[in-house]
Design a protein around this ligand. Structure first.
Ligand code: PLP
Length: 357
């Protein structure tokens, strides 16, 4: 049976990516070696990381003022690297918005290194909306926001004009729709939400903001190290980055970010249309802030949970359970999820209403 994978991360990837990765594990580019046993310094490995970096640049129209790097440690290490690279050693200050669990973790790390000004928070309503109408002070070293709140199903639909460097955690919606990279100073994203397998992180950084904090930054944590070494400062995960490279090639071949954005809108409209139409369910996020990537919803009558769970599991749907902080259900509709999978879920929701409504 075909599995419809609605997992919030690690994400579904196109079948051709799995096929090509499997082939490379056995025999990489007909070299007779597995991709897992070759040196990351070999020319054909070097080509993988160079291609992956170039694909990020092409797909996101990254301007020459910015560089793209691949590192490890997940988005969680970026919570640490951002203040290390941008927050001044003396009197360091940063502004954050608190829009969910990941934003909270980012704030926690920054607080170890300086003063953090939380400009706005949606904690009062269990993060079911995106706070708006705050202003960013000009006396902070940077402003940090989270574009898509994976757990709570909310998404920023626009970005503020910032008088200070603008930093964004785009882990769960990077390359899902066009963004103007020139507006940002740092964009980062753990690969496993919308770009590839777990094991690498993409950071896009504006070069001229670096080297200004007065901090002695540990080598690995310094963006300048990875820029200078073309993301090959130390042993990088060749298989994981190869997966990202293949997925980005897939995305480029189908028409790039503008094309996938259209498909993502169509999937989200289908999903939310049903959540709103169907009397058995309620969406948990404020309508205007709903995420195109992660749709969160709950049953109106919790006593029917076992019945609904049985139905979607029998239809081949996997990983639909919501995060424990929200409960209910979360349909993650990342780039590689086909609209046919959303249709299968919508059909099950209709059938459930017919049976139990
Ligand atoms: C998953 C996620 C993270 C954490 O990513 P790791 O790579 O596991 O550290 C951070 N931010 C957002 C928005 C996420 O969805």
């Amino acid at each position: 049976m075909k599995i419809h994978n609605f997992s919030a991360g690690p994400c579904i990837l196109p079948q051709e990516v799995f096929d090509k990765m499997a082939e490379a594990v056995l025999n990489f580019n007909n070299s007779g070696s597995s991709i897992m046993e070759i040196s990351h310094r070999r020319a054909d490995a070097q080509e993988v990381i160079d291609n992956a970096i170039q694909l990020v640049k092409d797909l996101m129209n990254v301007p020459d003022t910015h560089e793209v790097i691949f590192t490890q440690g997940g988005a969680s290490l970026q919570f640490v690297m951002v203040p290390f690279n941008l927050m001044k050693l003396n009197g360091g200050k940063a502004a954050y918005t608190e829009t969910g669990a990941w934003a909270k973790n980012a704030i926690k790390e920054a607080k170890r290194m300086g003063e953090v000004n939380v400009l706005a928070s949606s904690a009062d309503k269990n993060f079911n909306y995106i706070p708006k109408g705050f202003s960013i002070p000009s006396d902070v070293d940077y402003f940090h926001c989270t574009s898509n709140n994976t757990i709570f199903g909310t998404q920023m639909k626009s970005f503020p004009n910032s008088p200070v460097p603008l930093v964004c955690d785009m882990s769960s919606d990077i390359m899902s729709k066009p963004v103007d990279v020139s507006k940002f100073d740092v964009i980062y994203a753990g690969a496993q939400k919308n770009m590839g397998p777990a094991g690498s992180v993409v950071t896009i950084v504006k070069k001229d903001i670096l080297g200004k904090t007065g901090r002695d930054i540990p080598n690995y944590l310094n963006y300048e190290t990875h820029i200078a070494k073309g993301s090959a400062f130390n042993t990088w995960p060749v298989l994981a980055v190869y997966g990202v490279m293949l997925n980005l090639q897939w995305l480029k071949n189908l028409g790039g970010v503008p094309e996938i954005a259209k498909r993502n809108v169509a999937k989200a409209e289908l999903m939310y249309g049903e959540i709103d139409r169907n009397g058995m369910f309620t969406g948990t996020a404020e309508k205007e802030d709903r995420s195109e990537m992660n749709a969160t919803f709950v049953l109106k009558d919790e006593s029917l949970k076992a019945e609904f769970d049985k139905m979607w599991k029998e239809a081949g749907i996997s990983s639909l359970n919501g995060h424990r902080d929200v409960g209910g259900y979360r349909a993650s509709m990342y780039n590689a999820l086909p609209i046919e999978s959303v249709q299968v879920l919508v059909d099950i929701m209709k059938e459930f209403e017919t049976k139990f409504g």
